[in-house]
Design a protein around this ligand. Structure first.
Ligand code: E4P
Length: 223
């Protein structure tokens, strides 16, 4: 399973990249709003800087509504860097844009997917990626990971090339379940990436090995 980081913070992206496990980045308008970006030009430069850190897909989101506007906006975003994947909302206008962009060779990530039928529509329109939002479903009492399971099940019947990005991840358990289900990608917040490698027994084990090694070194110095 590929690991993307779900952030627009250059610091977090650099730190996650240094771990050697990062395959890509996803951003959205909310994540961009957390950075000090106040012009369209600054936004495009920021996306370019992300592309220079990570050698993999970098999702940048379109905010237009109609298909023609989405297509124009997507072309501008795609021109920033060959790594850019344009995020398109899961709407009927979005589907028209995805069909046209996929014919132009522009990569798309259909976002805000909350049902398997939406996932199927996006795949049929030629989406490169779809992003089912698991955490936001959990938040309203629906099983987010159940949606991922359903989408993977539907996709397994056909030969779509569309990859499934498990998005809106809230905890390490979401990542574990995504991997067990065989999802293509998990896009993970920085905090959760940090939690993936940690275990209290590892910390306790390191401490007791160090304590014992200090006793051995004390014996060395006495000889
Ligand atoms: C990723 O592509 C999504 O924009 C993101 O995972 C949404 O996460 P949230 O539900 O925590 O905002």
């Amino acid at each position: 399973m590929k690991f993307f980081i779900d952030t627009a913070s250059l610091k977090e992206i650099q730190e996650a990249h240094s771990l050697g496990v990062l395959d890509g980045v996803t951003t959205n308008p909310t994540l961009i709003a957390r950075e000090s970006i106040d012009t369209r030009d600054a936004f495009e430069k920021h996306i370019k800087m992300i592309c220079e850190i990570v050698d993999g897909p970098v999702s940048a989101e379109c905010v237009s509504s109609s298909a023609p506007d989405l297509i124009v906006e997507a072309r501008t975003l795609a021109a920033i860097d060959p790594h850019v994947v344009v995020k398109i909302p899961m709407t009927t206008e979005g589907m028209k844009a995805v069909r046209s962009l996929s014919e132009e060779g522009i990569k798309t990530n259909v976002t805000l997917v909350f049902s398997a039928l939406q996932g199927l529509m996006a795949a049929k329109a030629g989406a490169t990626y779809i992003s089912p939002f698991v955490g936001r479903l959990d938040d309203i009492g629906h099983e987010g990971m159940g949606l991922v399971e359903e989408i993977l099940d539907v996709f397994s019947n056909y030969l779509f090339e569309t990859e499934v990005i498990v998005a809106s991840i809230r905890s390490p358990l979401h990542v574990l379940e995504a991997a067990k289900m065989g999802a293509d990608i998990a896009t993970i917040p920085f905090k959760v990436i940090g939690q993936l490698a940690r275990h209290p027994l590892t910390d306790a084990g390191i401490q007791s090995f160090l304590d014992d090694w200090r006793k051995v070194e004390k014996d060395f110095s006495m000889k």
